[in-house]
Every structure is written in C-alpha cells, then in structure tokens.
Design a protein around this ligand. Structure first.
Ligand code: HEC
Ligand code: HEC
Length: 210
C-alpha cells in the first residue's frame, strides 16, 4: 500500500504526525488552558461586567486584552508588596511565576467587546484629549500602547483609571515613572484624562467582554 503512495505524501504525513501533539496542544502544557484553571478564583470579580469594588467604590479593572507582560508585572507587584491592595495581595499569594504567565496567556486570548461608554463618562473627554499629549509616548495617543510593558488604558473603567492616577500621586502605588507623571496633575486633570482614555475604543479584535 505505502509503496503506492507518492513519496511527497508520505513525508508530509510523517511531518504532520510528528507535529500533531504540538499543533493539538497537549492539555497540561497549554498555557491558555492552565491559565483558565488558575483564573477560576479570579473570575468572581474580574469576569463580572461592571463589578464594583466594595471600597473605595471603583470598578475592578478590565483585564481582557491587557498586555500579557504588564499583567505579569502587576501580579508580581502585588505579590512582592510594591502594589498595596489587600484583596489582590491575598489573591496572588499562592501563584507561582508560571501560574502568572499562564494567567496572562489566558487573558491575552480574550479581546474586549467594545461597548460605547461615552454616555457613562463623567469627566471632560475633550479636555482630557488635550492633556493627554504627555502620555502618548508610552500609552499611545488613544491609550492602545504598542509596547507591552505599558498598560492599555483604552476602554478601561474611568473610575479605575482615576483611582490609579490618584494612587500613583499619593505613592500608594509605587512606580517611579507614573509617580513623576502624576505629580503635576490636579484632580481636574486626572478626572479629564481618565475620561478621555476610558472613552477610547480598544484597537483590537473583539471577542469577549471582561
Ligand atoms: C475580590 C475581588 C478580586 C478577586 C477575587 C481578584 N481580583 Fe484582581 N483586582 C481586584 C481589584 C479591586 C483590583 C484593583 C486593585 C488596585 O487598585 O490595585 C484588581 C487588580 C488586578 C490587576 C491589575 C490590573 C491593572 O490594570 O493594573 C490584575 C492583573 C488582577 N487584578 C488579576 C487578578 C487575578 C489573576 C486574580 C486571581 C488569581 C484576581 N485578580 C482576583 C479585585 C479582585
Ligand atoms: C515614560 C512612560 C510613561 C508615560 C509618559 C506615562 N505612563 Fe502611565 N504607565 C507607565 C508604566 C510603566 C505603567 C505601569 C506602572 C505599574 O506597574 O504600576 C503605567 C501605568 C499607568 C496607569 C495604570 C493603568 C492600570 O491598568 O493600572 C495609568 C492610569 C496611567 N499609566 C496613566 C498615564 C497618564 C494619564 C499619563 C500622562 C499624564 C501617563 N500614564 C504617562 C508608563 C508611562
């Protein structure tokens, strides 16, 4: 039988057979599947649209479509205490670096379903746009940063962005770059900038809303 098949076909079949475990993704080695399992304890807060943190009443941040490198950086910052938030510190305590990588791969497999948020925005979007020039180099002109270390701001909850900028300014969130960027901002600037970035669509393929 084999003898009758063209050699090219046999070579092709052998390559496919050898490659198939990789192509099919073996469950235990698949970071997205592992990350999905790791994310089960997180989904109660992060997978519920419009979930609001009990105190100080800002939304739990959206994670779908966030840059994977930034997600790992954020999780490590909670774990090593650079970023102080009791809820998140409790939630990352048991995660290994590999778990964090898996979770970031899982989150990267989602894309935000863009919902027009402009109606819910409280700050002044136009004023925020004018003030956002100094942010563009890192976060992109519309908050869709192309560098994975800089978080996407586009489409993030306005009140979460507001809270983060206040936390950088007071030093509760300890990051030298953002500390420097937020120090000169007034409450009004922070409110306008949060409004502008929250109102921007994520420049991504749209699959799932987190
Ligand atoms: C009880 C609710 C809750 C649970 C459960 C929870 N989180 Fe969070 N998460 C929050 C809140 C609130 C914040 C914002 C905290 C802050 O201001 O730093 C946050 C922030 C984050 C951030 C930072 C996002 C950003 O834009 O900087 C990441 C990443 C994250 N969570 C991932 C996870 C993962 C992974 C898990 C599960 C292992 C998890 N969270 C479980 C409430 C929760
Ligand atoms: C030189 C690069 C740089 C510039 C310029 C910059 N940022 Fe950032 N920004 C960062 C980095 C890096 C982080 C992540 C810091 C961390 O891990 O907490 C960040 C984080 C943030 C976050 C938190 C996002 C989240 O998901 O938690 C907000 C909000 C933010 N920046 C807003 C701004 C605004 C508004 C401006 C302009 C006034 C600005 N940034 C200018 C580098 C920059």
């Amino acid at each position: 039988m084999i003898r009758l098949l063209p050699l090219k076909f046999i070579v092709f079949a052998v390559i496919i057979t050898l490659a198939s475990p990789v192509l099919a993704g073996n469950g235990s080695n698949d970071p997205v599947a592992a990350g999905k399992a790791n994310f089960e304890t997180c989904a109660g807060c992060h997978a519920i649209p419009d979930y609001t943190h009990a105190y100080p009443t800002y939304h739990v941040p959206r994670l779908g479509g966030q840059h994977p490198d930034y997600v790992v950086t954020a999780l490590k910052a909670y774990k090593n205490g650079e970023r102080l938030n009791q809820t998140m510190q409790a939630n990352v305590a048991h995660l290994s670096e590999q778990d964090m990588q898996n979770i970031s791969a899982y989150l990267d497999s989602f894309r935000l379903v863009w919902k027009e948020q402009t109606n819910n925005i409280r700050g002044n979007i136009d004023s925020g746009r004018r003030k956002s020039a100094s942010c563009a180099a890192c976060h992109g002109p519309d908050g869709n940063s192309s560098i994975a270390l800089y978080p996407r701001l586009a489409g993030q909850y306005e009140d979460y962005l507001y809270q983060s900028l206040q936390d950088y300014k007071t030093g509760k969130r300890n990051n030298p770059i953002m500390r420097g960027m937020s120090t000169p901002l007034s409450d009004q600037d922070i409110s306008d900038l949060a409004a502008y970035f929250a109102s921007q669509p994520m420049g991504l393929v749209v699959v799932q809303h987190y």
